[in-house]
Design a protein around this ligand. Structure first.
Ligand SMILES: [Zn+2]
Length: 228
């Protein structure tokens, strides 16, 4: 009697790489230009890591305006995801556009030296927001300091704008999609107060999930990754 053929998705999932086995007990550093960027792009991934015994540090480069309220929103969102929050420019508003390249690279270098991450997640080069591209470029420089896995995430925006981005890896966030949505909604000044619909981000996760054969996923591009 012939054995049944395996279902394509079952076989695929059986060979997927577990985040827990790769980064468990280690530190993952996620770097976003502003409060809310990390939640929009990889909130589900960060929650999964945090719930799988990974130390996850959400580093925000700067808060451009409304420091106290936006900091409080970022703290609430990080708590929902189970992550540590770190503001690289602390105690005052600052605009990335006003920083010299060496200052921005210096901020990120300090975070990488201090945390010694096993993986770094940040913006891709495909972003339309110039601050996001500046952070991507500065992160590229930090690769000289240490070997770490380096991932670039889906472009982030509060309203849908067509930007070319092609994920090459997908993280299954089916179990953490609701935490992601709660963390996004914690940024009330960016969404609720402006009447913006956060369901856009669930839609993106659903579409990425279809690409990978799961209900919800977040897409990543791979900048550097060691397969040992
Ligand atoms: Zn941003």
């Amino acid at each position: 009697m012939n054995a049944p053929l395996p279902l394509p998705h079952k076989a695929y999932q059986a060979r997927s790489i577990s985040l827990a086995s790769r980064y468990g007990g280690r530190t993952v550093l996620a770097i976003g230009a502003h409060p809310d960027d990390l939640e929009l792009a990889i909130g589900g991934t960060l929650a999964r890591l945090a719930h799988e015994s990974v130390r996850v540090v959400m580093a925000i480069v700067s808060i451009p305006a409304d420091y106290a309220s936006r900091r409080a929103e970022a703290e609430r969102a990080a708590a929902i995801l189970g992550c540590e929050l770190r503001l690289l420019v602390d105690n005052a508003c600052a605009r990335i556009d006003d920083m010299k390249n060496y200052q921005l690279v210096g901020l990120l270098d300090r975070a990488v030296r201090d945390l010694e991450p096993a993986a770094v997640f940040t913006h891709s080069a495909c972003e339309f927001h110039r601050d996001h591209v500046a952070v991507h470029n500065a992160c590229l420089s930090t690769q000289r300091l240490k070997n770490f896995d380096f991932f670039h995430f889906n472009p982030t925006m509060t309203r849908a704008v067509p930007v070319a981005f092609h994920p090459r890896a997908y993280v299954d966030v089916t179990e953490t999609i609701e935490l992601k949505m709660q963390a996004i909604e914690a940024h009330a000044s960016q969404f609720g107060a402006r009447g913006l619909d956060t369901e856009l981000f669930r839609d993106v996760a659903r579409l990425n999930g279809r690409m990978a054969g799961v209900k919800y996923a977040e897409g990543l591009d791979v900048g550097r990754m060691l397969i040992a």
